[in-house]
Design a protein around this ligand. Sequence first.
Ligand code: ADP
Ligand code: TYD
Length: 203
Amino acid sequence: MSKGLFISVEGPDGSGKSTQIDLLKKYIEGKGRRVTFTREPGGTPIGEKIRDIILDPENTEMASITEAMLYAASRAQHVSEVIRPALERGDVVICDRFVDSSIAYQGFGRGLGDAVATINSFAVAECVPDVTLLFKLDPTVGISRIKRAQDRLEKENLKFHQKVYEGYLEVEKANPTRVVGIDAGRDIEEIHKEIIDKIGKLL
Ligand code: ADP
Ligand code: TYD
């Protein structure tokens, strides 16, 4: 059993995850707990290189299985190099996207199904979040909020993003104790209050 607390944050592109993670990190540090913030794909030097390959809009020929395995490879390195050691030290780990992103994007969006859970359970070796904040927002709203250049996944069509979102709703249904759904269509302060109310109890 690790001493830390593992929080993953999930949801469609542009749903406000980064904005809320910044606020949550400050809140937790204010309570005197050490926070390790990290993100996927990436989070380690090897993972960042994998991230560049996955998200490069020029890699139009990438097969869905390759994509799923690259995300899982980045994650395996991330768990071993960053997440597990931080939890063993007793940190609160906040991870911007984790296995549920692969279930939603590769499992549902790309249609790879249950194989995605199988390769990911091998990759993370039982390192599962204690709590997952799922930002619930219509994917069209999320995409419309993104002002910077879009990466390879963000450039996918609306049908893909709708399937991803349905995938997230399935993940929520299948994991009612771990996954906390957050209505991400409200204003930033209101969402932050709900999150600290839920996370504060776990610290
Ligand atoms: P994500 O990390 O999920 O992609 P971001 O936190 O980067 O999302 O937010 C995407 C954009 O939406 C940013 O420009 C951000 O300022 C804006 N944003 C974040 N939260 C909200 C909100 N609750 N309402 C409206 N806009 C928001
Ligand atoms: P990210 O940079 O977190 O995008 P955003 O800040 O918009 O949320 O993630 C990059 C993209 O990778 C994003 O479109 C979601 C996708 N993704 C997957 O398809 N599978 C995965 O396992 C992960 C971690 C991300």
